[in-house]
Design a protein around this ligand. Structure first.
Ligand code: GDP
Length: 455
């Protein structure tokens, strides 16, 4: 799902990595790539336009956070805007104060309404509700028996017109097509009240294309049952047509939320990314397969990070923002550049990183870190604890200027922090080495404050 969109966006954003600064031209080029990726994924043009305009404006305004480099900044902006067009907050079902809560399903034939009815019923049952499924799709041969099967699997009751008693008569599915779906819907609600079902799910008929009669019938059912929620069921594979279908249903019946189905297929993303912006209605559920379990509440934030294919990088960015103090980080960078890093700075930075969780986990979040990941998975947290303990055993003066740590001080520090003198020696020696190396590196990279006055 969304693979090529995801690949393209990830590729584009990866190209920004390693850039210390982003020029206006970099941002323009990135936005051009994102635009192409979205268009190729069949995202509706007005949605693409407003999306790109927002990214551009925000990237150029560069809300500098200090904890993030410019490329991370852009990833963050793109992610936030993706979450935005997917609807922002997760939207839950609004249950009626006076049960039963009536949920009506609308959508084209084959979009997955009947399957969804079963999924919803199962999901609601799992949450302690007692849903009743009402079969108002009397158009499609087999729809009623399909709903009965689905209901049985979901462990939910199904209300369907009884053969022979339905208006217009008939004792088979085709005969039932003469029954009045509006009347069946009404009876279904009465049944739910009588049998104390707290939710009613009304399955309605769809056509292969939009037509007046279909809309008229759906509107009739809507007026008869006064639904609390009307869910528009949209096949995510429908590409460009999705927008037209959604608009037609919005005008013809209206709906309070959208359910995207067939997200397990190779949908390009257009329907998902357009429907909310075009209709102003939130995507509430996602269906990802034919089985009743293949269903979940739709979370815009999770979908966005899946599309960006950056999974946990985004949570890493979030955590970094929460944990790192921008000024402190900048000051440390200066000190590194000028070879003046102290053990106190080192301790602070180390603690900031460790606040984000075990080092192994942290690096597991980085995509494609490959070999580095393996090495880092072996980072010994105990060793880090030891380093922290040794530095804590030093006086402020020693941390500030480790050169004064002579043999007697080393002995005192070792005793105080419960380690061997050789451990203290090793730490101090390594610190000097690292400081020298980092300063030289900073000089080569043109970092602020870099000059050649290392010890
Ligand atoms: P309806 O005409 O709107 O009631 O659509 P159905 O519920 O009969 O679904 C049409 C077809 O799509 C059926 O074969 C379903 O098994 C299939 N289907 C429904 N939802 C999904 C889904 O999320 N993923 C996949 N792969 N197939 C689905």
């Amino acid at each position: 799902m969304f693979e090529s969109l995801s690949d393209r966006l990830t590729g584009t954003l990866k190209d920004l990595r390693g850039k210390g600064r982003l020029s206006g031209a970099d941002i323009d080029a990135t936005c051009r790539e994102i635009r192409l990726a979205l268009l190729e994924a069949d995202v509706a043009l007005p949605v693409v336009r407003s999306f790109i305009a927002k990214i551009k404006e925000r990237a150029k305004g560069a809300e500098v956070s200090g904890a993030l480099n410019p490329a991370q900044q852009v990833v963050k902006i793109v992610n936030e805007e993706l979450v935005g067009i997917l609807g922002g907050e997760t939207r839950r079902i609004q249950f009626a104060k006076n049960p039963p809560t009536v949920i009506m399903l609308a959508g084209l034939q084959g979009s997955g309404k009947t399957t969804l009815a079963g999924k919803l019923a199962k999901w609601l049952t799992g949450q302690g509700h007692t849903p009743l499924l009402v079969a108002c799709d009397l158009q499609r041969p087999g729809a009623v028996s399909q709903l009965k099967i689905v209901g049985e699997r979901a462990g939910a009751a199904v209300f369907a017109p009884h053969p022979g008693t339905s208006i217009g008569g008939g004792d088979n599915e085709l005969g039932q097509s003469a029954a009045d779906p509006v009347e069946v819907a009404r009876q279904g609600i009465a049944e739910a009240r009588a049998k104390q079902h707290d939710v009613v799910i009304v399955d309605t008929a769809g056509r292969l294309g939009i037509d007046e009669e279909l809309m008229g019938q759906a509107a009739g059912i809507r007026d008869a049952v006064q639904p609390d929620e009307i869910l528009f069921v949209l096949d995510a594979m429908t590409g460009q047509d999705a927008v037209h279908t959604a608009e037609a249903f919005q005008a013809g019946v209206g709906f309070t939320g959208v359910v995207l189905t067939k997200l397990d297929g190779d949908a390009r993303g257009g329907a998902a990314l357009s429907v909310r912006e075009i209709t102003g209605r939130p995507i509430m559920f996602a269906s990802t397969g034919e089985k009743l379990e293949d269903f979940d509440v739709f979370h815009p934030d999770r979908m966005a990070s899946r599309i960006l294919g950056m999974g946990d990088v985004l949570s890493l960015i979030e955590q970094a923002e929460q944990v790192f103090d921008a000024k402190q980080a900048e000051a440390a960078a200066h000190k590194i550049g000028s070879g003046q890093l102290t053990l106190e700075d080192f301790l602070e930075q180390m603690m900031a990183v460790r606040k984000m969780g075990p080092i192994g986990n942290l690096l597991g979040m980085l995509p494609g870190a490959g070999q580095m990941k393996d090495a880092l998975a072996n980072v010994d947290e105990k060793q880090l604890d030891r380093v922290q303990a040794i530095i804590r055993g030093m006086t402020p003066a020693e941390r500030e200027d480790p050169k004064i740590i002579n043999a007697s001080r080393r002995l005192r520090i070792a005793n105080g922090s419960g380690v061997k003198v050789s451990d203290v020696n090793q730490l101090v020696d390594r610190f000097f080495e690292a400081r020298k190396m980092m300063s030289a590196m900073a000089g080569r990279m043109g970092m602020p404050g870099a000059r050649a006055n290392q010890r």
